[in-house]
Ligand binder design. Sequence first.
Ligand SMILES: [Zn+2]
Length: 357
Amino acid sequence: MTGGFLREQELHAPWWVCTCFLYCVRTEGGFLLLVYFPLVYSPRYITDLPKFGMRRPFALNRGERVLRRLTEEFAQTITVTEPPPITATDALLVHTPEYLDSLREDVSVWEDLFELSDDDYSPETARCPLTGMWDDVVLKSGGTYLATKLALTHRLAASLGGGFHHAFPGEGRGFCAIHDVAIAIRKLQSEQLCRKVLTVDLDFHQGDGTAVIFGQDPDVFTVSLHSAEGWPSKKSKSDLDVAIYKTEAHLYQEKLEEAISQAMSRFTPELVIFLAGSDLYELDELPGTRFMRLSLSQLRCRDKFVIDYFFDRNIPLAMVFAGGYGEHVWEVHYYAVRHLLQRLGTLPAVSGDGTTE
Ligand SMILES: [Zn+2]
């Protein structure tokens, strides 16, 4: 069948679900057999920035574009699961109550974490104060948590957003208000769904919030490959950091494979959370990412390696998007999501395409 992507909420509740990725839903005309895709997404992931008086090249429509392209290419209905937001109690698993109160009450906290200036922020044009962004971040954080749960069931899953790796327990920065990945890990641990988690952060920027939050936690192993020259200038200490200089970009894949191998020799994860940032892409439009310019082919190779490495070892992996700016970065995520679904067998391999070899 052809058509657009569907949200489960648009249909009646699934009548029957199984891990072989087929499920049947009741519709007005009878029953419909659909392939289940472990993808988490909501149209609300496209934050309406002008509503808050902001003008920024955040590529918030990456998930939408990925789904649209998959639907066009495979002429197949792509189902997504809409996440519920995390609760304030969930956020307290990582963040201080004082900081969370300030996010709900103090506009200046948001102005600081988004580094807003008169050039890209006009509060007089806003239809909603920046504190209204809270609803946005708890939804996306809920998406990350749901993706980790789906990964534990289906081996691979993705939330088409999230990855706010710069948030600290008592402070937001680098466009990150709350640390969705850390909240998901703490929530899974508190629910005893899993204990030992490996974070593989391949965003352009170092996962400094992740490093600080889990710095003393032997149950979470943090890996960050990032630009040596890029922000933040003062890096935090992950369990394994690989800082890559501009002149070493051609060694990226080699360094990645070495880092994963080293991490796995030191740690045995029950779950991997992969922050698949696209801000290393040569077409990324954030000026600060100019120190690393990887091609689409290099990034496809990166994402294929990570997904395959853990899938082949039967270790569940949840992917989130993390950073990426401008018109073209969605292409990176498109190939990553497509490969993830192809490995699960929910999308067919593309003839002559190297991705699934
Ligand atoms: Zn980034």
